[in-house]
Each structure stands twice: as structure tokens, then as C-alpha cells.
Design a binder for this molecule. Sequence first.
Ligand SMILES: NC(=O)c1ccc[n+]([C@@H]2O[C@H](COP(=O)([O-])OP(=O)(O)OC[C@H]3O[C@@H](n4cnc5c(N)ncnc54)[C@H](OP(=O)(O)O)[C@@H]3O)[C@@H](O)[C@H]2O)c1
Length: 311
Amino acid sequence: MMNTNIDRKTGTISRRAVLKGGALVGTAFALGRVGWASANKQASIPNVRLGNGVMMPVLGFGTFTLKGDVCTESVADAITAGYRLIDTATVYQNEEAVGAGIKKGGIDRKSLFVTSKIWVDDSGYERAKKAFQTTLDQLQLEYLDLYLIHRPHGDVQGSWRAMEELNAAGKIKAIGVSNFDQAQLASLMAGAKTKPVINQLEINPFFQETGELQTVRAAGVQPQAWAPFAEGRNGVFKNPVLEQIGKKHGKTVAQVVLRWHHQRGVIAIPRSSNPEHRRENLAIFDFSLDAEDMGKISALNVHRSQFPEWT
Ligand SMILES: NC(=O)c1ccc[n+]([C@@H]2O[C@H](COP(=O)([O-])OP(=O)(O)OC[C@H]3O[C@@H](n4cnc5c(N)ncnc54)[C@H](OP(=O)(O)O)[C@@H]3O)[C@@H](O)[C@H]2O)c1
């Protein structure tokens, strides 16, 4: 399904064409066919119902750059703090440490939601199947909740066929993509037996991807934000507009940003190696941004990726 309503000011198409990756979206409160905030609480974090009926926490823990013991301890503590969604990827080279953290977290596997991603080197039917098994072995898990194609390079259709089979066999509960633009998403969907339920994209207050959010939702796909804080780039944690909104609500800039993602219907996966930050980032369900706040944050959009080196 092609989107005819793209926000060309975002520069999304040219960026994506070069990157061959990421697209996502979510404009305020319009949740399309995806069942945002549909009841069910897990810890204190609400779930969203994905297009295939699987429930997914609306806030999770990212693990990019976390390695070794720091990674294991961070994941274990995140679980203790209340996170249930843990996001990793083969290319992060930390699946073993994440798996150890999951074990150390010590809660029932069924109450966790674990995501990993297939890297471009492993694209294609046979390689994808092998890569998935390696991921499971590293994580010491029997199944994944979500498996994503990390970037739209290589034999995407072959990878997808393997993922469809693993999904049908119950080894993956939900399958999706990351960094797919609207054309890439449409092309995958056209030949797919099983539709992707997630598109994980760069989204932050400086790169809001409003048009992309609409496209993704129109396709029945749930948007998810990577680098929800833009990894701290562009002075996000010291931004005066975000500070002023935080002061108004008695909240930090990080909490304002995560609440903004939530109110746009976007799943965020902030990463932190700091236990206090991890807890701070969970405390976003006890306040709301009003229309004025949302408008001020909209005005921070510079329509440019904060990660030009990846495009
Ligand atoms: N699909 C993709 O292509 C893709 C690409 C990139 C990332 N991801 C995923 O998305 C996740 C999140 O993105 P990210 O890790 O790149 O960046 P991020 O979550 O936007 O930012 C992480 C940075 O924010 C800081 N931070 C976190 N909470 C804070 C708080 N409350 N106050 C102040 N600073 C805070 C962290 O520092 P401290 O450690 O000091 O708290 C860290 O430096 C990744 O970990 C990964 O799982 C996916």
C-alpha cells in the first residue's frame, strides 16, 4: 500500500533512498489499525496489540553499544526495574551478554518480550535461518518475541521467507523490519504471506518522521523508535524547550521525550548504562503532555536524521 501523503519536507525519501533503511511514523493519537494502549498491563508498562495479535510493551530497553558485564548487569537491572521489552541485534555483538542478563533478571520467560535483528551479511533464506539459530543460541532462548530485518539490504525476500517459516513454526512470535522506507515496505508486503508488524526507525524530537508514521500505520504496521533521545545528540538533554516543558510537569527532559513518543503512539527503546536513568525512563505513565506541549515539541523538528554517518 503506497502512501500518497508523504511529508516531503522531512527529506525522508532521499534519505531513505541512500540509506535503504528506516521509515516510521506516528502522528499524535491517530493509531490506525494498530491497537495502541489496548489494556493489559505488564509490570507497570502498558502493551500494544500488534497486527498479528501479539501484545508488545510500549516502552522497552535498548542495548546498542552495551557489552560484556556492563550489558549483562544493565539488562538484569532493567528487568528488576520493570522493563519487559529488551532490544538487541546480531550486529551489536552482545546477544550472549543480553542472554546472561535475561537469565540473571530471573523472571518468567513468558513475561519478557525479546527482540533481535538479522544483519545484512546474513540476508537470504539459508543464511537467515542459520543466523536466527545462532541468535537463539547466544541468547540461550527457545524462541524470540520479535525478529526484525535490520536494514533493507541484500536478499530481503529470502530472509523474509525464512522468517515467515520460523514464525509459523512458533520460533518467532512476530516478525518485522527496521529502517525500511515506504517503497521498501510496500515491496516486501506485496510478496509476503505474513505482513511485517513493526518498522523500527530513527525518530526523535529533531527527526520526527511524521509523514512516515502515517504511512507505516496505514499499512497496519506499528512504529517503533530507535535512538529515541537521538543518543543525546544536538543537546537534546539541555534543550530549553524540553526543559521548560519538563519543569511545568515536574519531569526531566528524558521523561518528556519518552512521553512525547508514547503520545504519538510510538514504541521507544531507550538505552542507559545508568540505573537511575533506567528508572527515570520508566516513570512516564503518570503525566500527560497537553496540546501546547506537543506543539512546542513539533516545532523542534529539523527534518534531518541525527545520524548522517549512517545514511
Ligand atoms: N534498528 C536500528 O537501526 C537501531 C539503530 C540504533 C539503535 N537501535 C536500538 O535503539 C536503542 C536506543 O537507541 P540508542 O541506544 O542508540 O540511543 P538513545 O536511547 O537515544 O540514547 C542513549 C543515550 O541517552 C542517555 N540517557 C538515557 N537515559 C537518560 C536520562 N534519563 N537522562 C540523561 N541521559 C540519558 C544514555 O546515557 P547513560 O547510559 O549515561 O544513561 C545514552 O548516552 C538502542 O540501544 C538499540 O537497541 C536500533
